[in-house]
Ligand binder design. Sequence first.
Ligand code: LUZ
Ligand code: MOS
Length: 750
Amino acid sequence: MNNIDSSSHVTGKSVYLDDIPVLRGTLYGVVVTSPVAHGKIRNIDFSAAAALPGVERIFSWKDIPGKNQIGGIIEDEPLFAEHEVDYCGQPVLLIVASDKSTARKACNLIKLDIEEEAALTDPREAKEKGMLLIPPRTFRTGNTESAWARCKYVFEGRTETGGQEHLYLETQGAYAYPVNGNSLKIFSSTQGPAAVQKTIAKVLGIPMHRIEVDVERLGGAFGGKEDQASGFAAMAALASFLTGKPVKLVPERWEDILMTGKRHPYSSDFKIGLSEDFKIIAYKAALYQNGGAAADLSPAIMERTLLHSTNAYFIPNSEVTVFSCRTNLPPNTAFRGFGAPQGMFVIESAIAMAAEKLNVPARLIQEKNLLAENDRFQYGQAATDVNIGICWETAHKLFETETLEREIDLFNENNHLTKKGMALMPICFGISFTKTPMNQARALVHIFQDGSISISTGAVEMGQGVNTKLSQIAAAVFSVDIGRIRMEPVNTTRTANTSPTAASTGADLNGNALLSACNELLERLKTAAGEVLGYNPVDIMIIDEKVFASGKSTDLNWEKLIEAAFLKRICLTENGHYATPLIHFDKNKEKGHPFAYHVYGTAVVTVTVDCLRGIYSVDEVLIVHDFGNSLNQTIDTGQVEGAVVMGIGWMTMEEILFDMKGKLLSNSLSNYKVPDIYSAPKTIKCHALETEGPRLAIMKSKAIGEPPFMYGIGAYFALRNAVKAFNPKSGIGFKAPLTPEKILMNLYNS
Ligand code: LUZ
Ligand code: MOS
């Protein structure tokens, strides 16, 4: 089945925030942001801006009736800067005017007098100065210190991974208007409507029940709208609340790129010890996370980094520490993978270094250390239904990796100025919010008198196809045509206290709540049918909208059954609730069972490098992926392809650069390059591993959003191998991204 949104997307009929018809008298907002990364606000001169005809009002932190605070995990982030600014692009004022160009003109008339101070941009430097967002955390297993003596080989190194701009097609934005005198309705481009509601309530100092947040769909999010949508929504809400008028706030692309946090850059040190036969005996790492100027989701991202720091490998002795460092960059935030890719890059670098020094292919070391059934992760959970070995072997056989390797060696022997490289990338990704209480969801199902069905959940459709999957679930339970189902916008008045649609859990959590509601309704309908037909409810079945009793067809169909149930005064509404069973985590011990299950897979990545110019192509990404029993192979394959290209972009061409003063240099699409169709791999093949799928995945269909992102890491190591084939003495190190410029320099350095 195709994505139910396909036709409205390609015909331009899908409604996004900026397409919502506005009310008469709507005001438009523009945010005045800090031009420097660190400094003291000496004075702000509003006079010329305020006098401009059409300017309605200018808001600063002084106008906030509640708390000037939008920090979700830690209260360390003001909505508007008060006496100091901590990053370039930080909101200082909001101007609302009768139209956007007037607001923009007013923005240019504001005179900000800021005494500039030294800016910190490097996480290691921040750590040295004691600038940490939260105390460091360490995950340990075995005894690393005593294990080094038993290692035949020990290697140490350093790695860097860069940031990444989300580049959702739809920018951030919000539209707010007063309802009924004392309440507000807000349309927000957010993954977390409940977080938006809570933040606005705090900023305005009013109860949450006076704020209704509505989300029809997003034009992409990728984590960038898990936390950072709240600030934009709070500004629109504040202006609407204080003026009593509708207010729309949609930043331009350049403003969005300037103001919002990105994927966290990490800088790391590692030490790895192996036995004579390449078993990893010990692993130690210190990771410095560049958190930016406020905590945002950094503590949770740090946690997921720790939880994935040994990727798909069993390592008996390990010790990994993450420092979350406070710098003068926009607060970095959730981004597909949520810290896991950064942690996985470090262990893959350690293995690549060991392989290089020992003169064996990295795949040999990778293969020797893959997780086996019942191995314990560093955090204590036993690995069950471990499919990494079988994904690896299947990839090996199906894609004939040894032949591929020989062909590449032969090619490299015969070609001097063009080199090929290959790498294997196994992945293991834990499914559940790492914070156990977030793993819950609700679903509200109405069956209307005509047999049509309306579904409200907390799952935000952002292009990932969750509405299609949820429709499929309801259609399967009731055995009705999918056309009978309408997926409603996510709305905080209908569905309360939702977790953000994030952590790849949207379909699992909301789907299970939906399943529960639909099953309950189905039982009621069977009881009604039994009464009408004179049968036991257990003998009733609904198949393709027809009602069967003891296997025989009857006169009842779906529509007649619903009408009969309504006349019998049976409740045709149900609210399902789901909380993932079994999971728990003890932060004092740093042990527990945080994940419902894991997703596994293996990618084989091949590349070709032009050794004169440093340009390259990713030729093939060949994957064996563990989907479980996929609910929708079309959607899931799309998620794999998108994630792979996004992961490759992070590792190769996407380079976020700040100058020494903390000013963003890669501030537009002319100097920040993301993969387009020409730079996407020529071939992406994805073979679905035949498995039954875990009980805790929705209808045994595994979560898909984030895990395949990490296949992209393979492109880095394939490129690295190609560079080494040209220049074995290259001092290439382990620094991502590998832009063509970096490749060129590494081809000719030593
Ligand atoms: N968001 C979050 C996430 O709050 N907790 C998580 O564990 C997570 N994981 C991935 C992506 N977003
Ligand atoms: Mo996400 S990184 O699942 O918001």
